[in-house]
Ligand binder design. Structure first.
Ligand code: ATP
Ligand code: MG
Length: 490
């Protein structure tokens, strides 16, 4: 990211912006492009959405623009006095320059029209408070009353006003500070950090959707640990994601291992980010050891242990998704990765038998490669020989997986007997017993006892059903339920 020398003029190439400027000229209003677009252009980053501020009625201007472009897709947010239009695949947001801040009680935006500078002063950071004129007479002229460009050169996030005043107006800006620090790899001004620390609790009044959006944007950055460490240091993490903050256990006894879990997790997360852009795998990496604080026990002679943390952690995922209002379509994936994260390592201890590999391939399915990505990132030991050994072990596991997958095609495999057929053959109603029988058949195939064929499966079912149905209805425990897995790499 090369920061250009201070400029009072920028090249705005877009025909789109020029046309918006012409509409403003015809309408006799001053219009500016502002915020992220200008910031990213000056930083030489990839520019995404366009924010337009007009001195006057932003919504009325947006309606004009939509009309001139012949678009019917204008979305007006009356309560916020903003409007959004999608033009040439770019999202263009319009707002009128405003003077007053949100009223704290009603959360209704004040309608008072302000000057451009009033509007810029109400923005979150100086680097986001730079505007460039769109009117023909001053096209590209930069307005930078808070020296955002100076802060860009210093790679510094500073608020246009006193930080406490800026955060008081909208506490989400505290999260945005951490997000931009990670995304832009900028420092955060100490006064801003101080205000964040002081006001972290105010984040609890902000809507969960807005908080989670900033959290995910932090996770999407190249090195999310930058933002997460700041969130932790300021007490923000304790408010927005207590389970993650607890991995550092600061409010517990002097206890080294706890702190290590958080530090280890950040290292794993940054490492996995080099291997994937998938934010859900990144989230799984953040949460893979989330249950360590609640499963830890001190065993004389062994030290701290975390038996069953992968299963306990997996069961924490859904409640966290619900509370954070994260999209539920990804919950099973994250849960699965957390649940299975020690299994490839356990395979090595078991001698990487065909049946154990088949079982893991079956349970991980399509997500096996992501699981292996996390496992490889999960090696953070300082012991070079151990690291090398673990790396080799994973390589061996991966090659065995490839071999067995080629032979047995387990990843997308469905057991040859479906639930309905088992019910029919055994004369059973829908009940847990059907699942138990299905598991037995599946196990027999994965263990190589019977071939992966319908008739063989049926014959096997007939041979075991009476005894199984007579026996106690115990569902096969997941291997991780047995609490025998522990993590040698962290
Ligand atoms: P990106 O689009 O990459 O997430 P951005 O800076 O464009 O970053 P947006 O959320 O799109 O962020 O907001 C656009 C602009 O609106 C910001 O640059 C900033 O000037 C202003 N802004 C957005 N949210 C806030 C807020 N909560 N408080 C103050 N200003 C804000
Ligand atoms: Mg934006």
């Amino acid at each position: 990211m090369e920061v250009k020398q201070h400029t009072d003029h920028i090249e705005l190439e877009e025909t789109l912006l020029k046309r918006i400027g012409q509409i403003a000229d015809r309408d006799a209003v001053r219009a500016f492009v502002v915020g992220g677009y200008v910031r990213d252009l000056l930083l030489g980053r990839h520019v995404t959405d366009i924010d337009i501020v007009v001195v006057g009625d932003g919504v009325a201007f947006a309606r004009k623009v939509a009309e001139v472009f012949g678009r019917a897709n204008l979305v007006v947010y009356e309560t916020f006095g903003t409007a959004m239009l999608t033009l040439n695949e770019a999202k263009v947001e319009f707002v009128g320059a405003r003077k007053e801040s949100y009223s704290k009680e009603s959360r209704k935006p004040a309608v008072a029209t302000g000057t451009l500078e009033d509007d810029l002063s109400r923005r979150d950071f100086t680097v986001n408070a730079i505007a460039a004129s769109l009117n023909a007479d001053t096209y590209g002229h930069v307005e930078d009353p808070f020296d955002g460009q100076g802060d860009m050169r210093k790679r510094m996030l500073r608020t246009p006003l006193e930080p406490t005043a800026t955060f008081d107006d909208d506490p989400l800006r505290i999260m945005r500070a951490m997000r931009f620090a990670a995304q832009l790899e900028f420092e955060v001004d100490p006064a801003v950090l101080g205000a964040a620390r002081e006001m972290a609790n105010r984040l609890s009044i902000v809507s969960q959707e807005r908080v989670s959006e900033e959290f995910l944007k932090t996770l999407k950055s190249r090195k999310p640990s930058i933002g997460l460490q700041l969130m932790f240091d300021t007490g923000v993490l304790r408010v927005v994601f207590p389970e993650v903050a607890q991995m550092a256990g600061v409010d517990q006894r002097k206890d080294h291992h706890h702190k290590d879990v958080f530090r280890h997790t950040l290292q794993v997360l940054d490492k996995v980010c080099q291997a994937t852009d998938n934010v859900w795998l990144r989230l799984a990496a953040l949460l893979h050891d989330v249950a360590k604080p609640r499963t830890k026990a001190f065993v004389e002679g062994t030290g701290w242990t975390f038996h069953g943390h992968e299963e306990v952690g997996a069961r924490m995922i859904k409640p966290m998704f619900k509370r954070m209002r994260l999209p539920m379509e990804h919950v099973n994936y994250v849960e699965k990765i957390v649940r299975l994260h020690l299994r490839p390592m356990a395979l090595v201890d078991e001698g990487v038998s065909d049946s154990a590999v088949r079982r893991l391939l079956y349970e991980a399915g399509e997500d096996i490669d992501d699981l292996m990505r996390l496992c490889r990132a999960d090696i953070t030991s300082k012991n070079v020989r151990l690291v090398e050994q673990v790396r080799k072990n994973y390589e061996y596991v991966a090659s065995r997986m490839e071999e067995i997958e080629k032979k047995d095609k387990i990843r997308n495999w469905q057991p040859p007997l479906r639930g309905e057929e088992i019910m029919e053959i055994c004369g059973l109603p829908q009940s847990p017993m059907v699942g138990i029988l299905k598991d037995k058949v599946t196990d027999a195939i994965l263990d190589g006892l019977i071939p992966n064929e319908h008739d063989a499966a049926k014959a096997f079912l007939l041979s075991i059903k009476d005894e199984v149905i007579k026996g106690p209805a115990i569902k096969r425990p997941r291997r991780s339920d047995l609490g025998v897995l522990d993590d040698p790499t962290s």
